[in-house]
Design a protein around this ligand. Structure first.
Ligand code: F6P
Length: 335
C-alpha cells in the first residue's frame, strides 16, 4: 500500500457522510480541529527554538502550572473551532468558564470540550503529549445562555478524538461508527487513514497505573495489581507487563494499538476531588473512543459515559481498555 491508496481525512469524512449521514457541519468542524492539531504539532516541534517549552507564571483553574504551549494550544483550538457557525460553546481545560460564541443557542448546536495539551509536564522531556476533544449537541434552545446547559452526559457525544504528538502526529476519531486513525504526512498538510477500524483486543497482559500512589489505592485496585504482579503463579495464571508514560493520550493510543488497561482510580488522596482526570474533556472522549473500539471504560462500577456531570471541571476515576480487564476490575469494585 502506498500513500496514494490511503484516504485523506476529507475523503474519509465524505465517506462517513455517504454511509452514515455525518452532517456537513461536523465534517467542516473536524477539518478545523485537524488544522488546530497540525498547527499545535508544529508549535511543539519548534518549541525548543522558540523558547516555549517551559512554564508561564500562571496557574489554570485546576491549580496546575500552565505551560506556554498549553496556552498556545488552547488559542489554536479557540481560533479554529470558532469557524463553524453551528458551534455554540467551547469548554477548555485551560479556561475557568464556558466560552459562548453566540448570544442565543439552538438545540442541535455543537458544544466542544477539549484538553488542548494533555500531559504537558512531559514537554521539556520530548515525550509524547496530545490534544483531546469531544463534541455533543446542545439538548435545548437557549434564549438565555446558561453554563449548566453544557453539563451533558458522555452518552450524548456525537464525536470524540485525540491527536498524539509523538514520533509522528496521529489523529484518532470516532463519530460513533468505529474508530479510525490517521497519520500526518509531513510536508503535505494531509492526515491519511493509516489505521482503519482500530480495535482494542479483549484480552491483555499489560496494565498502566502510577504505582507511586500505591499507598493510597483502594482494596479492589490493590488486589488487581497484586494479582498481576504475582503473574503465572497467581490467580491470573499469566505474566503482566506495566507501562506508565504519564500522558493519557499516549497510554490510550497504546491500548488502541495492542491492548492493555489504563487506571487512574479513585484513591484515598484524590477521593475528595472525585478522582484525578477530568470528566468532560478527558474521561468522556477517551471512554467513547475505547467503547467504539470494543473496549470498556468504567469509573470502577459503572460506565464513565453514564456519569451525570455536575461541574465543568469535574474529576472522575478512570479505568479503561481491554474489556476482560475492565470487567474484572468492576467485579472487584462490586465485591
Ligand atoms: O491529566 C493530565 C495527565 O498528565 C494525564 O495525561 C496523565 O495520565 C496523568 O495526568 C499523569 O498523572 P501523574 O502525574 O500522576 O503520573
Amino acid at each position: 500500500m502506498t500513500t496514494d491508496d490511503q484516504l485523506t481525512f476529507r475523503q474519509f469524512l465524505l465517506r462517513e457522510h455517504r454511509n452514515h449521514g455525518t452532517p456537513k457541519d461536523l465534517i467542516f468542524l473536524l477539518e478545523d480541529i485537524a488544522t488546530a492539531c497540525r498547527t499545535i504539532s508544529h508549535k511543539i516541534r519548534s518549541g525548543a527554538f522558540a523558547g516555549t517549552l517551559g512554564a508561564t507564571e500562571d496557574t489554570n483553574v485546576q491549580g496546575e502550572t500552565q505551560k506556554q504551549l498549553d496556552v498556545i494550544a488552547n488559542d489554536q483550538f479557540m481560533l479554529h473551532c470558532a469557524n463553524c457557525s453551528r458551534v455554540a460553546a467551547l469548554v477548555s481545560e485551560e479556561l475557568d468558564n464556558v466560552v459562548w460564541l453566540k448570544d442565543q443557542a439552538k438545540a442541535g448546536d455543537y458544544i466542544i470540550y477539549f484538553d488542548p495539551l494533555d500531559g504537558s509536564s512531559n514537554l521539556e522531556l520530548n515525550i509524547s503529549v496530545g490534544s483531546i476533544f469531544s463534541i455533543v449537541e446542545l439538548q435545548e434552545d437557549l434564549t438565555e445562555l446558561n453554563d449548566e446547559a453544557v453539563l451533558i452526559a458522555g452518552t450524548e457525544q456525537i464525536c470524540a478524538g485525540y491527536s498524539l504528538y509523538g514520533p509522528s502526529t496521529s489523529l484518532v476519531v470516532t463519530t460513533g461508527h468505529g474508530v479510525n486513525g490517521f497519520t500526518h504526512l509531513n510536508g503535505t498538510g494531509e492526515f491519511l487513514l493509516t489505521f482503519p477500524d482500530m480495535q482494542v483486543p479483549a484480552q491483555t497482559q499489560e496494565y498502566a497505573i502510577n504505582s507511586s500512589r500505591q499507598k493510597y489505592w483502594e482494596a479492589p485496585v490493590q488486589r488487581y495489581v497484586e494479582e498481576c504482579l504475582v503473574g503465572v503463579d497467581g490467580p491470573r495464571g499469566k505474566r503482566f507487563n506495566m507501562r506508565w508514560v504519564a500522558s493519557m493520550v499516549a497510554e490510550v493510543h497504546r491500548i488502541l494499538t495492542r491492548g492493555g488497561v489504563f487506571l487512574y482510580p479513585r484513591d484515598s488522596e484524590n477521593a475528595p476531588m472525585g478522582g484525578r482526570l477530568r470528566l468532560l474533556y478527558e474521561a468522556n472522549p477517551m471512554g467513547f473512543i475505547i467503547e467504539q473500539a470494543g473496549g470498556k471504560a468504567s469509573v470502577g462500577g459503572g460506565r464513565i459515559l453514564e456519569v451525570d456531570p455536575t461541574e465543568l471541571h469535574q474529576r472522575v476515576p478512570v479505568i479503561l481498555g481491554s474489556s476482560e480487564e475492565v470487567d474484572l476490575l468492576d467485579r472487584y469494585h462490586s465485591e
